[in-house]
Write a protein that binds this ligand. Sequence first.
Ligand code: SF4
Ligand code: SF4
Ligand code: SF4
Length: 293
Amino acid sequence: MEQTVKPRLFRINTGSCNGCDVEFVATAFVPKFHLDQLGVELVDRIEDANILVITGPMTARSQAFFEEAVSKVKPPYVVVGVGTCSVTTGIFRDSYAIYGPLDKYIDVDVNVAGCPPRPQAIAEAIAQGVKILQSKLLDQPMPTKLETIFTDFEAPESYRGRISLDAQKCTACRTCETVCPSGAIKITKTLEGYEHTIWHNTCCFCGNCSYYCPTGAIFTTNDFHTIQRQEEKYTDTHVALIPFHECEDCGKNFIPATEALIHRSYPKEEVPEMLTKSCPECRKRTTFERCYR
Ligand code: SF4
Ligand code: SF4
Ligand code: SF4
């Protein structure tokens, strides 16, 4: 990477569990994460920094210390929020002891979500931070898009990264929404069906949704590319419509059982047609009539 300014990095922990900090240490000191290629120097006085890497959800106890510390940094500088806690407060979002997220107290430039993010993702975020710093210091136009800088980073297949949804398999049962500890999933009824939204920036990659989904519709992927500019904080979502079908008996809207769900109850037998063509009320009525006629 072309080097024109010396990036001097200082890390601040605003009450993290230390998971993100451990990953940051790996990022900073293991050569394969390439921080040395960026010419980044770790400084031990915040006054000397022009890049702040900040972890944690901003606990009540850390907030005043944080504000005092950052008041000593001379602009221009770049802020990189590391970890879902710093971006949205993640699983701690409803705690009385949490004053975050970070962007309530400082202008953030780059976020990297994850609980914790992979060192490769942190390295990418710092690399983007260096580019933004150059733009600020040299009065150049800001990069509008974050281009991947390190192309040799991969994750194993089993890595639990960004969540994805196969809308064809989803029955809008709301199990994932209920078990999600981060409030990352929202299912809302619309005129056409149910809208299933995953907000990636608050997901902590716990895998609960995938574990409890009865149809296998929602699953973790090994995608660890979780960095984005602050402007994209609320738009890094996955939205899918689970459309209504019309009941062939009464004409009401309903969501039919999907094949994956049906085969949990009818593994070998032929699937009764009414399971996909009739609404639950009509199915109940038909079954009742069949039994008691
Ligand atoms: S994002 Fe996860 S790993 Fe990082 S500080 Fe928060 S809880 Fe810990
Ligand atoms: S993704 Fe799975 S758990 Fe979530 S609403 Fe769809 S079927 Fe239910
Ligand atoms: S992995 Fe699923 S359940 Fe866990 S925080 Fe992310 S969306 Fe929620």
